[in-house]
Design a protein around this ligand. Structure first.
Ligand code: ADP
Ligand code: MG
Length: 723
């Protein structure tokens, strides 16, 4: 049985608009082991087409191609890949070595695709390369070799899997005549060792040394002649006499192998059925990425910029909220529980829009006596088994431990005014007034520690305390000067207008809210003022409705116990003014963060598109390489793996670059903030970095999906035709 038989093979190429071009018609020919066949014919006669059909690169033909009695048409994709990998060795005119791999790696690639062991791979490749006189060039890159050397590397690559058939498409086309002669000798010896070598050539000289010449014209075989002058064992004789250029120049006599010997080493592991491993794909990708390191580095920096902005934004968000809540914690009393209405029902659903300030809002934020009882009893029930402490809410009881407070955002409703003692240059005395932002009654836990001035005291009847910002409108040099000033207070509640003279008793530390216009007033004093206003109008003197409840527990554990219960079970309640402000601030920050997240998201999409474009271009650049890999048996999956591994590595690289840059930039920003503000609102959590790395990998891999599937789908014949 002949090793290769073609029967009535026809090949049409589809040209545009349904036209067909017949490249091969009725080709029937067969070949034996040990033959060195020259295919000759004019350019465009169909020689390469024939080679591609035999090599299993092109399956769209009619007729039969039998390999050792098996019809190529019956091969499944997997078997076809295996056929290219194990049975066929391709040698091309333009060598088609992979430029970023070393000579050794170019040869072992065929075994890498079978997941062969490193030691076996290298052993075989070195044997072959030594045989071909390239022992001293193993580490070189293809560009560092001469044409003849490159072609010998390509031959070693074709032989590494010990194929039965070598297909050489114009192997000497790009070489000078001396070098051509060497390559020819090698191909001859390969044939002498029992392989079928089919070689396309233009050169009559080259053809004349082969055992058989098949001439093709316009897709038809026009002659098929045995070459009687062909001496089967010529090469061996030449080798023994050391008169061959190839023998003398490249092979030290001690290390002369015959291909038969090399073949013995190879057959040992011919059983290997493995596929390209992830590790090998990583190695290949690293080689390729290293070859275009500037491009990859720039891309990684581009991606990392969006990661940096994302991490810094998150760090800012948590830094600011963290700072504010720390401050709030510092200023709240450790044993007093503060309760207010949250504007939600017990299940946490919003019941009114707390952004609108009207009397309705104030009233819905106020506790009725019934509600105070209900809340107190509920908490008492919950804690009674755990502690002796019980809330005593009855305001008439001497031992009461629950007191009232009032707070309201007062803009448009409250103002303070003062009359300067000196007339201005026109002799007029003008009233100067400012709007208040917040009005609070002084919490029971405020102590002199919170005062910013030495000369002040916590406000009593007829007195108020001001935040530094509210004090500023007095146009004073220092805060002390403000203490003791008499001012007019204007507050409008519902239908009552309170206008009364009060004294500023102190300027109070409102920590992070120092830029807010805040006024503190004694609860009982405000309550009495409202009652007076109600009586003036002839109404019932019901007084102030509390919006805050203070429970003095006298014990930190009990405070925590009550607060935990409220947090879990009473969504209708929330905490102290500070806590509410922190919440409000966090909400504002959240809105801000969402905006920033959207921007960061857009920059991530841009980064993703950038990766996609770069990888896509890389696929186009490497079209030929992909064709070569397919010709030596790479499956679609292998190609996909190589490219997706690369996008995965880009993701890791970008992620790491992003983390390093963020640490540097974050460090610098922290220094700057510390020197300007005295604190740095940047809190980097370790998990931000993991998130950023994961995100970077995910977007890179996603961006790589399309380019790598495009690479996998490339038609090997077209890829190889690409110049
Ligand atoms: P040779 O290798 O003998 O120079 P080829 O086998 O490359 O010739 O091409 C044979 C004929 O088929 C040429 O006329 C060429 O133009 C045509 N051909 C090759 N590839 C294609 C293709 N993909 N589409 C259309 N025609 C093609
Ligand atoms: Mg050709």
């Amino acid at each position: 049985m002949k090793i290769l038989e073609l029967k009535d093979v026809n090949k049409d190429y589809d040209i545009e608009s349904k036209e067909k071009f017949t490249a091969l018609s009725n080709i029937s020919v067969s070949f034996d082991k040990g033959e060195l066949v020259s295919i000759v014919g004019e350019s465009g006669s169909g020689k390469s087409t024939l080679m591609n059909l035999i090599g299993g690169l092109d399956s769209s033909y009619t007729g039969t191609i039998n390999i050792s009695g098996h019809n190529l048409k019956d091969f499944k994709d997997k078997e076809l890949d295996d056929y290219r990998k194990k049975k066929i060795g391709f040698v091309f005119q333009s060598f088609n070595l992979i430029p970023h791999l070393s000579v050794l790696d170019n040869v072992t690639i065929g075994l890498t695709l079978s997941n062969e062991k490193e030691s076996i791979k290298n052993h075989k490749a070195i044997e072959l390369l030594t045989k071909l006189g390239l022992k001293n060039h193993l580490k070189k890159k293809p560009t560092q070799l001469s044409g003849g050397q490159k072609q010998r590397v390509a031959i070693a690559r074709a032989l590494i899997n010990d194929p039965d058939i070598i297909l050489a498409d114009e192997p000497t086309g790009a070489l000078d005549s001396g070098t051509s002669q060497q390559i020819l000798e090698i191909l001859k010896e390969i044939a002498d060792n029992g392989k079928l070598v089919i070689m396309v050539t233009h050169s009559e000289k080259v053809a004349s040394v082969s055992s058989r010449i098949v001439e093709i014209s316009d897709g038809k075989i026009i002659s098929d002649t045995k070459n009687n002058k062909y001496e089967k064992h010529m090469t061996k004789i030449l080798l023994k006499n050391k008169s061959s250029v190839y023998g003398n120049k490249f092979i030290p006599s001690k290390e002369t192998y015959t291909f038969a010997e090399v073949k013995n080493i190879q057959t040992k592991s011919k059983k290997s059925k493995g596929h390209l491993s992830f590790l090998s794909a990583v190695k290949l990708s690293i080689h390729n990425m290293w070859a275009s390191k500037i491009k990859n580095l720039l891309m990684a920096i581009g991606v990392s910029i969006s990661l940096i902005s994302m991490i810094l934004m998150l760090s800012f968000g948590s830094g600011l909220t963290g700072y504010i809540s720390d401050q709030a914690a510092e200023y709240s009393n450790p044993t007093i529980v503060t309760l207010s209405k949250s504007g939600r029902d017990r299940n946490g659903n919003k019941i009114h829009n707390s952004g609108e300030i009207d009397s309705q809002t104030i009233l819905s934020g106020a506790f009725t006596e019934q509600e105070i009882q209900e809340v107190s009893n509920d908490i008492n029930n919950h804690i009674k088994d755990k502690t002796d402490f019980q809330i005593i809410y009855d305001q008439e009881n001497e031992n009461k431990n629950l007191s009232y407070g009032f707070s309201v955002p007062a803009f448009t409703m409250g103002s303070i005014s003062y009359i300067p003692a000196e007339p201005d240059e026109n002799g007029e005395i003008k009233e100067i007034s400012t709007k208040l932002l917040y009005l609070y009654t002084t919490p029971p836990y405020y102590t002199e520690n919170k005062l910013l001035t030495d000369n002040g005291h916590i406000s009593k009847e007829n007195e108020i305390m001001l935040s530094p910002a509210a004090a500023e409108f007095f146009e004073i040099e220092d805060l002390e000067e403000c203490v003791g000033k008499e001012v007019f207070l204007n507050i409008t509640f519902d239908t009552y207008h309170l206008r009364m003279p009060v004294k500023v008793s102190a300027i109070i530390d409102v920590s992070v809210f120092s830029n807010s216009m805040i006024m503190y007033i004694d609860y009982d004093f405000l309550d009495a003022s409202i009652k007076a206003a109600q009586e003036d109008k002839g109404e019932e003197a019901s007084g102030l409705v509390p919006t805050l409840l203070f429970i003095e527990t006298g014990n930190e554990k009990i405070k925590t116990m009550i607060e935990d219960y409220v947090k879990e079970n009473r969504k209708d309640l929330s905490g102290s003014v500070e806590e509410q402000l922190v919440e409000m601030f966090s909400e504002m920050l959240n809105t801000f963060s969402i905006a920033l997240t959207v921007i960061a998201g857009i920059s991530l999409i841009v980064a993703m598109i950038m990766i996609l474009v770069v990888l896509y271009m890389s696929v186009s650049e490497r079209t030929k390489e992909i064709g070569v890999l397919k010709s030596i048996g790479a499956r679609k999956k292998d190609i996909k793996l190589i490219f997706s591994t690369e996008s995965f590595l880009v993701g890791i690289l970008s992620g790491i670059a992003g983390i390093i840059f963020t640490l540097i930039i974050g460090g610098i920003l922290t220094l700057i903030f510390n020197s300007i503000l005295g604190f740095a609102p940047i809190r980097m959590m370790w998990y931000y970095f993991f998130e950023a790395l994961a995100l970077s990998i995910v977007i890179s891999v996603l961006a790589g999906l399309y380019p790598s599937s495009k690479a996998a789908k490339l038609d090997p014949v077209e890829s190889l035709r690409r110049e």
